[in-house]
Design a protein around this ligand. Structure first.
Ligand code: ADP
Ligand code: MG
Ligand code: ZN
Length: 456
């Protein structure tokens, strides 16, 4: 079936379906019917699949794929518990071939060890591609985020950082680290980092191709976060090569903050930088359009996951657009830290550009930053200490104050804990949520951090 006809068929089906029920399948029965149709459709698109696999049901849906549970036809008579189970990821047929090849190469070269999912087989028919991977039973993050204790969190973070350390040794940035891409089988304590759909090689050109594609997530864990967006890059190299070279940045211009844009600035092509990832997990350097992004992008996202568990709040950052996202980060880390980072990241001279660029963060108010320890205690509903005195910084009673302490957030007191989590866990979160990517802790160093190095 051609791509166009495939899309038409999908649209027709959706129209028929929405006529039947405006709000989508409500009953389990209707949902079953829709999924059975989708399985049939998949088998029709890649007929060779049916020769080897039985496809049982749909188990996941991301922005760029549908994932099904399958088993080998030759195992049909084998008891359920002894069957080999597979996850079959069917990529949307509009995925760029370069992107498909890149995802497959990552799975093949990096996966299969250190808590990174591997690939057993890849099947293609025309523009339909399926990756066949080992199936990892897993729960939704929202079901255990408020329920993990310090030991479970330590194991979970060790597994995530082990996976990231492994990926990063290949010079690859995953770019979409988040709970729905880090599968956790709580019963067997198995973990798997999945989804290399946005992965980028650190050696890849800093300037992304111009065309982006933005689609809304629909049914996976991210549906909790209606604004969650995942950006994909069109990897079409020819288009990138056609894009005009950026005009030199104006030097010594004083229009910043003056309530207007001067003519020189108006014609300046702003820097382009990779912004692939999911809202709520993007680090400051993405918003500052820093072109030399590194594996530190993933470390920030791991910090957001850690902060989510410590505070029992998911999603941790809820902003739906870039400015609001930057405001949320500023609220947490303080205006000064973000301004310092913006300036530091702006002061570089890329090799291929002869001028230096500068970046300034201007805000209408100045935020002091919040203490993640106090915030977590408050969000988890811990009984506040009876202290009627007022905080000198925010003038709230100490029991309600969220101001950062004067001691650095990354220092820790081995005798202190907050809601059952050792102080070292908060210290690690501060090292991961470091605004400057060049100072952010690496996966290898995070695994040596006192919180994770401690025996279970
Ligand atoms: P997308 O690129 O569309 O986000 P993913 O690779 O993240 O696709 O897969 C979407 C969802 O499918 C995951 O969040 C997960 O729930 C499920 N899934 C993916 N791979 C596996 C697997 N190997 N085992 C079990 N479930 C999986
Ligand atoms: Mg995904
Ligand atoms: Zn205060």
């Amino acid at each position: 079936m051609s791509r166009i006809r495939g899309i038409e068929a999908k649209v027709k089906k959706e129209i028929l379906h929405s006529a039947k029920n405006k709000n989508g399948p409500n009953t389990a029965c209707e949902k079953d019917d829709v999924e059975k149709d989708q399985v049939k459709e998949l088998l029709a698109k890649i007929p060779v699949l049916a020769k080897t696999f039985d496809i049982h049901r749909k188990i996941g849906e991301g922005t760029f794929s549908s994932v099904y549970l399958g088993s080998m036809r030759q195992d049909a008579g084998v008891p359920e518990g002894d069957k080999r189970w597979f996850a079959l990821k069917h990529l949307v047929p509009t995925t760029h071939p370069t992107r498909v090849a890149h995802e497959l190469r990552c799975l093949r070269d990096i996966g299969g060890k250190s808590h990174v999912i591997g690939v057993e087989l890849c099947l293609r028919n025309l523009d339909h591609v399926v990756f066949i991977m080992p199936y990892i039973p897993h729960q939704k993050f929202s079901e255990y985020v408020g329920d993990m204790d310090a030991n479970e969190l330590r194991q979970y973070m060790r597994a995530l950082l082990t996976a990231l350390r492994h990926v990063h040794t290949f010079g690859v940035i995953h770019r979409d680290v988040k709970p729905s891409n880090f599968l956790y089988d709580r019963e067997r304590r198995r973990y798997a980092l999945v989804d290399f759909g946005l992965a980028q090689h650190t050696a890849a050109p800093a300037q992304p191709p111009p065309a982006h594609q933005a689609l809304k997530r629909t049914r996976d864990d991210d549906s909790l976060f209606p604004g969650a967006k995942r950006m994909a890059l069109d990897l079409c190299v020819r288009r990138a090569a056609r894009s005009p070279a950026p005009a030199p940045a104006p030097r010594g211009c004083a229009c910043a903050g003056a309530g207007g844009v001067c003519g020189e600035c108006a014609v300046w092509a702003p820097p382009r930088a990779n912004r692939a990832g999911t809202q709520g997990f993007r680090p400051p350097e993405v918003f500052f359009k820093y072109p030399q992004q590194s594996t530190a992008v993933d470390m920030w996202a791991a910090g957001v996951v850690l902060a989510s568990v410590l505070s029992g709040r998911y999603p941790f950052f809820r902003a739906t657009d870039d400015l609001a996202a930057l405001a949320e980060i500023t609220e947490l880390l303080g205006t000064e830290a973000l301004q310092r980072t913006a300036q530091a990241l702006g002061n570089y001279t890329p090799q291929h550009i002869t001028h230096s660029v500068s970046c300034r963060l201007l805000t209408s108010t100045c935020r002091r930053g919040l203490c993640l320890r106090k915030l977590s205690a408050q969000l988890r509903g811990a009984a506040p200490a009876h202290d009627a005195r007022a905080c000198a910084k925010c003038s709230r009673r100490h029991a309600r104050c969220l101001c950062r302490d004067d001691t650095p957030a990354h220092a820790h007191d081995p005798l202190r804990s907050v809601c059952g989590f050792p102080d070292a866990a908060f210290a690690l979160a501060a090292r991961l949520l470091e605004p400057d990517p060049r100072a952010r802790i690496t996966a290898a160093d995070a695994l040596r951090h006192p919180f994770l190095a401690q025996p279970l």
